[in-house]
Design a protein around this ligand. Structure first.
Ligand code: NAP
Ligand code: MG
Length: 395
């Protein structure tokens, strides 16, 4: 078979520990034999971020802006322990935060579901994905403490809007958001829902925070009018719910919903949704916006497996989300370049992963949720080999 050609590169962000090991294998076994892989490579390993004073991270984000499509391996977020372990010059910020801030995109998180794998909420027959507004609110807030008897005044251009003089010690918080950012968020969410053929729910607490949350609500309702026809044509619905009600609706639903949330709500609820789907290794994550697409797995570098790998163990680490990361990047690159062959390869790679699991070849983390009788527990190398077998059959 002749290798598939690529016109434009995919930005590749390499990472750390166990995911770095598996990442390399995925490229070698599942991509390079089939594609003349064109990548713009950035090594985001902890060592190289330290060597480059973290410049490599920003460079990689700029490359995604330029080439439009990127795939990211999991990376260590530095802390005190990592400073000692890697003899770091300082505690670097999380690469994900740096990249997210630069691309100013919307974060989506979507489970990869299988009939043969039970989830905590069995009535969710189809995926529930999350879109999190990744700008503003409490993440840009400032806190103040106020002593009993002190007076706090809020003024805009010198005009006093609000005063607060408690007869107790108190704490105070300010937060803000950008109207443009909310509008942009709404557009990206409606586009994503249409692309994935999902219904969309948006929720805030506008009854308690009118004037703040109601701006979000109005923007979403107005923006929807631009997408209404397309939604109707596809048989999709959009609903705004108060967040309490949204939770009840989601719990009772059959799935196939993009649940769109403000920054804090999205932070919290995305972890709840991940928990329902069991393994973090079955969660895809993406940052989409301004015409750029960056894909990654939701899990981290799986440090504890890496420690065992360093001792010589061939671990049973799950590579599904990492393979999907590459497959989504390839599919999108193909779509943007009008390269059907490349696009279809991405689709087939995902199907091969599905076939592997549906035929009972699973990694250790999936055993407890596997609901068919016969399965074979495989290690990370055997899993990739099996995917390759199914991929070869489909080509
Ligand atoms: P983690 O790497 O996601 O692993 C947490 C646990 O989840 C593992 O110990 C493992 O449980 C299970 N797990 C996660 N992915 C798995 C997979 N592919 N296959 C099988 N089991 C999997 O999170 P962490 O241990 O908290 O963080 C490790 C490092 O990753 C940290 O340095 C953190 O900063 C970084 N991190 C990076 C990202 C990112 O780049 N996007 C995200 C999160 C964390 P068992 O031990 O039970 O097998
Ligand atoms: Mg969280």
């Amino acid at each position: 078979m002749e290798k598939i050609k690529m016109e434009n590169p995919i930005v590749e962000m390499d990472g750390d520990e166990m995911t770095r090991v598996i990442w390399k294998d995925i490229k070698k076994e599942l991509l390079e034999p089939y594609i003349d892989l064109k990548v713009d490579y950035y090594d985001l390993s902890m060592e190289n971020r330290n060597d480059t004073d973290d410049e490599v991270t920003l460079d990689s984000a700029k490359a995604v802006e330029k080439h439009k499509v990127g795939v990211k391996c999991a990376t260590i977020t530095a802390n005190e322990d990592r400073v000692k372990e890697f003899d770091l010059k300082k505690i670097y910020p999380s690469p994900n935060a740096t990249i997210r801030a630069y691309l100013d995109g919307v974060m989506f998180r979507e489970p990869i579901t299988f009939d043969c794998l039970d989830i905590l909420i069995p009535t969710w027959k189809e995926p529930i994905a999350i879109a999190r507004h990744s700008f503003g609110d409490i993440y840009v807030s400032k806190s103040f403490s106020l002593k009993k008897g002190e007076e706090l005044n809020v003024s805009i251009n010198g005009e006093n809007k609000y005063s607060y003089k408690p007869d107790y010690d108190a704490i105070f918080l300010t937060q803000y958001n950008k109207v443009e950012s909310i509008k942009y968020f709404a557009h990206e969410c409606f586009k994503y829902a249409l692309e994935k053929k999902m219904n969309l729910i948006f929720s805030t607490k506008d009854t308690v925070v009118p004037g703040y949350d109601s701006v979000f609500k109005e923007i979403f309702n107005e923006t929807f009018e631009e997408y209404r026809k397309e939604f109707e044509k596809n048989g999709l619905v959009y609903n705004y719910y108060l967040i309490d009600n949204a939770i009840a609706q989601i719990m009772k639903s059959k799935g196939n919903i993009l649940w769109t949330l403000k920054n804090y709500d999205g932070d919290v609820m995305s972890d709840m949704i991940s928990a329902v789907y069991g393994s973090l290794s079955l969660m895809e994550s993406s940052i989409i916006g301004n015409g750029t697409y960056l894909y990654e797995a939701a899990h981290g570098t799986v440090t504890d497996h890496y420690r065992r790998y360093q001792e010589g163990e061939i671990t049973s680490t799950n590579s599904v989300a990492l393979i999907f990361t590459w497959a989504s990047g390839i599919e999108k690159r193909g779509q943007l370049d009008g390269n059907k062959e490349l696009e279809e390869f991405g689709v087939k790679l995902k199907k091969a992963v599905r076939a592997t699991i549906e035929n009972g070849f699973i990694t250790g983390d999936l055993i407890s949720s596997y609901n068919k009788k016969d399965y074979v527990k495989v290690n990370y190398i055997e899993f990739i080999e099996k995917v390759k077998e199914f991929l070869d059959k489909s080509l």
